[in-house]
Ligand binder design. Structure first.
Ligand SMILES: Nc1ncnc2c1ncn2[C@@H]1O[C@H](COP(=O)(O)OP(=O)(O)O)[C@@H](O)[C@H]1O
Ligand SMILES: [Mg+2]
Length: 237
């Protein structure tokens, strides 16, 4: 079943066009990598999908329903959560309060928040040990886990994750990927932007490559990892 269907999306910031005719489709349960150099438009595409930006053309459909230009909170309610680049946690609030905030304004998710929280703490035991600690005092890796945990509180069927490992130590990178693997195993569809292109393609079944706001390659991860142009441009080989 198609979960997310993006067709011919254009996006402008003022008069500057940053997305050009972007099309992409995600089937339920798959992990898809979105690869591209700095400023290619990956974050802008994710922000357009989750309703934070309104495209100037094209269409985004979630579960077959047109959500173009819809309110971001409504899109979360429909089952799409977004872990933004930069995390945007509440540094003065505790880990518990940050996690809970992911279910706020979502009556159905709020009703089952204790059970959902038990599940996310199971995914991220480090957070369970730090529930009363202020988010701003966590390490970078723990903050990233917290950002993912918060997004999971909405009980998404699809999760967009933007640069989760930026600036993290290798051991934390591994912990984040382990958690993403567990999330995937539980059937949640993933769209992943990650600097470590090798790791993100190894993790995903398929990938899209973006350059200057356009999708320039698409294929299975095996195809992309074997492609000479991609090996040179993104894998340093
Ligand atoms: N709020 C904004 N206003 C104007 N231009 C922006 C804004 N956000 C991003 N851009 C521009 O859009 C382009 C794509 O950026 P972005 O989506 O962040 O790329 P990526 O995530 O691939 O690094 C860049 O040229 C960037 O400077
Ligand atoms: Mg980005």
């Amino acid at each position: 079943m198609t979960i997310l269907d993006i067709e011919g999306v254009n996006l402008h910031y003022g008069t500057v066009q940053v997305l050009w005719d972007v099309s992409m489709r995600l089937e339920e349960g798959e992990a898809v990598a979105l690869v591209g150099a700095n400023a290619a438009g990956k974050t802008s595409l994710m922000r357009t999908i989750s309703g934070l930006m309104r495209p100037s053309g094209g269409r985004v459909a979630l579960f077959g329903e047109d959500i173009t230009g819809r309110d971001p909170a409504e899109i979360v309610r429909m089952g799409l959560s977004h872990v933004p680049q930069g995390r945007f946690l509440f540094p003065q609030l505790t880990v518990r309060e940050n996690i809970e905030s992911g279910a706020a304004y979502l009556p159905r998710a709020w009703q089952v928040k204790d059970r959902t929280m038990a599940w996310v703490i199971d995914l991220f035991p480090r957070l369970g040990e730090r529930m009363g600690q202020k988010a701003g005092t966590l390490s970078g890796g723990e903050q990233q886990m917290l950002a993912i945990a918060r997004a999971l509180m909405a009980k998404p069927r699809i999760l967009l994750v933007d640069e989760p490992c930026l600036g993290l130590a290798p051991i934390m990178v591994k912990a984040v990927f382990d958690a993403l693997g567990e999330i995937k195993k539980q059937g949640i569809t993933l769209l992943l932007v990650e600097q470590n292109v090798w790791k993100s393609l190894e993790f995903s079944e398929r990938g899209y490559v973006m350059e200057n706001g356009r999708i320039v390659h698409r294929g299975t991860s095996a195809e992309l990892l074997a492609d000479d142009k991609i090996r040179k441009a993104y894998l340093g080989l």
